[in-house]
Design a protein around this ligand. Sequence first.
Ligand code: NAD
Length: 320
Amino acid sequence: MDIAETYRERNVLVTGAAGFIGSHLVDGLVAAGARVRCLDDLSAGRMANLDASAGRIEFHLGSVLDSELLRRALDGCDFVFHLAANASVPRSSADPLYDFNANVTGTFRVIDAVRRRSRGRVVFASSAAVYGEPLDGPMDEDHPLRPQSPYGGSKLAAEFLLAAHGRCYDLDVRRVRIFNTYGPRQRRYVMYDLLEKLRSDPTRLEVIGTGDQERDYNYVADTVQALMLVGAHPDAHGGVYNVAGGRPVSIRSLVPLLLQEVQIPPPVVTYTQSSWRGDVARMIGAIERLASLGYAPRHDLRDGLRRLVAWHRAEFSPPW
Ligand code: NAD
């Protein structure tokens, strides 16, 4: 299907638009010819992330908790991509009330605003954290839901709220469970942390955890492809979809791949063994349901890491 055609000249609201994934989604929607409204309180996002689309978007500064702002931003919109959230697992364990307000109350405000105007398709950025520790192998969408961080719990509560409102008020709600996404503009999590450590000292590299944690990394352009596909596809109404790369890697094997792109003499690599509260050892997603809509990741890990390191070099001028 022609995804771009769905969005051409349509009004689309992106919440969390100045964040990592949100800003790439905005670029994708602008490229597809959409009229994009952005809403972000800049608590974690940055205006500079929207530079590539500057002059072609409408920006609303404020919180999804502000119903009046939401009402104005939503006016005339056909699609809402709801990404605004506390997106940090460690922050959710340190401050669960903040996480609850941003992720649960914030999502309620969005769906309530959509219900009041009875118009607009909602695509919600949920997370693989709703599953918790996997029972066995890759997790499909029917895997038990046993989140083990306040963040995973708030994303699951938000999913249920959206689905219930969808059924009760006949609203078009779609959910995607994003596994680890990486790429330019991401300023947190493993890859960014490793690059930052190498920037300050290229001779040694301390890695958090045992190195045995497995992740199913997806390059951000592929996550954007998935979000736009789920938002566009007629069969995705009411659906829930995993978004992952489909090629799991352990942190221990990720490290040499990253070092290869950085191109420095091998540093001394050590592992701290212990990790943060709420961390999950294996996060691997089955993506057959999304693939059945026509999704296939276009960037492998090597290609994605090359683009990430190029951005890091341009942004931070490391000594390598
Ligand atoms: P991010 O922190 O870069 O983006 C979140 C954006 O939301 C930020 O720009 C922040 O300023 C904004 N925001 C936060 N609270 C807000 C509020 N109350 N009102 C308005 N704006 C608010 O995170 P990201 O990595 O781009 O994640 C985007 C979405 O995808 C989040 O919902 C996150 O939970 C989800 N997700 C991300 C990943 C990943 O690997 N990056 C994985 C699973 C799920």
